[in-house]
Design a protein around this ligand. Structure first.
Ligand code: MRU
Length: 346
């Protein structure tokens, strides 16, 4: 990778999807070839590909890869098989709504295409490509819309972010990191503060890696340092991504985001959520209904191969939390930045 290389975590090449293996960054840059829906489901579950919009893009290709293997010319048999492929992909990770949104969009396209099974397959590949291209444009719009809402003083901001909501978590460019990229391009960014983001360390491993690729100054802190940094006047704004936003603006994001929002409020620092409208679940009135993924306890009790605690301890490993809308200064979308209560108007 060079400083001018764009980072695309999911691309289509010939007859397969190519994923950047995010479990190996930053020490190794490897790609993985995906030729079937079950391989794609595994890649999502094991977090080779992760981040809400990127999971949606990957699921779009997963649907096509599954559809391609269905051997029938009977439309209704084909659609029934496609639904099963959708169920398999949907069973991978529960919180990011983009996954379900992309699967539903692919199914709807198939149902509404009045053509032969072979023609539907072609349309499904085109739709998966469209989902990816739309996400790229959406993230650039989010980045630029963020510029209108960031504080204007000081002239160059220090922005804290949590987890990775960058190119790696989207089709490219990123949501929270998209806003940061746009601010950097416009000379409005001094430095990124990246929370390490226990337990999977997406901030330490992925966000810092992305910043280094582009020469964006970045300081890594452990999660429990955020309040201290704010008190020291080192942070001017917080920008994070989201995995699912309820209709009232409550936003689920990586575990630790909620406590970050509370400490930002305590220090009078604006807390922004950057996300595409495909992350908004208008069927949920508030964040109480957002399913929270629980992951393997090994993520908590060991680092690498080293066990951190004795036998006999119990574990709890929720991967996401929900930040109440009242702690969010604005939600930055591709259609503009709005107060959480105005989300419905978009
Ligand atoms: O568990 P992950 O790494 O998939 O979680 C990712 C996040 O929480 C991101 O902040 C979120 O998906 C937004 S990505 C633009």
């Amino acid at each position: 990778m060079t400083s001018t290389t764009k980072i695309y975590p999911v691309v289509w090449s010939g007859d397969r999807a190519i994923l950047i293996d995010q479990t190996r960054l930053p020490n190794e840059y490897e790609t993985v070839e995906i030729s079937s829906a079950s391989e794609m489901a595994r890649a999502i579950k094991t977090m080779i590909v992760r981040g809400a919009p990127a999971i949606g893009v990957a699921a779009g290709y997963g649907m096509y890869l599954g559809a391609r293997r269905v051997q029938t010319s009977d439309r209704s048999i084909f659609l029934a098989e496609l639904e099963k492929i959708g169920e398999m992909l949907a069973a991978t990770r529960p919180t990011a709504v983009n996954l379900f949104w992309a699967i539903a969009r692919m199914l709807k396209t198939a149902r509404e295409t009045d053509a032969s099974v072979e023609q539907i397959k072609t349309v499904l590949l085109e739709t998966a490509q469209t989902i990816r291209e739309e996400d790229l444009k959406t993230c650039e719009a989010i980045g630029d819309n963020g510029l209108s809402i960031l504080p204007t003083s000081p002239e160059k901001l220090n922005i804290l972010t949590h987890c990775n909501a960058g190119s790696l978590a989207t089709a490219g460019y990123g949501t929270a990191l998209g806003v940061i990229r746009s601010a950097w391009r416009e000379g409005k960014l001094a430095r990124v503060y990246a929370d390490e983001t226990r337990p999977r360390l997406q901030g330490a491993k992925l966000t810092t890696w992305e910043c280094v690729q582009e020469g964006i100054p970045v300081t890594l802190i452990s999660d429990n340092m955020a309040a201290h940094c704010m008190k020291q006047g080192l942070i001017h704004a917080v920008v994070v991504g989201a995995d699912r936003i309820a209709a009232n603006g409550d936003a689920a994001n990586k575990i630790g985001t909620y406590s970050l929002a509370i400490v930002a409020k305590a220090h009078n620092i604006p807390f922004f959520v950057a996300a595409p409208l495909s992350t908004v679940d208008f069927e949920l009135a508030d964040g109480g209904g957002i399913p929270i993924e629980e992951r393997d306890s090994a993520e908590i009790y060991q680092v690498g191969k080293t066990r951190l605690c004795p036998e006999g301890v119990e574990f709890f490993n929720p991967a996401f939390d929900v930040t109440p809308a009242e702690l969010i200064a604005a939600i930055i979308t591709e259609k503009g930045a709005v107060k959480p209560e105005d989300l419905k108007a978009l």
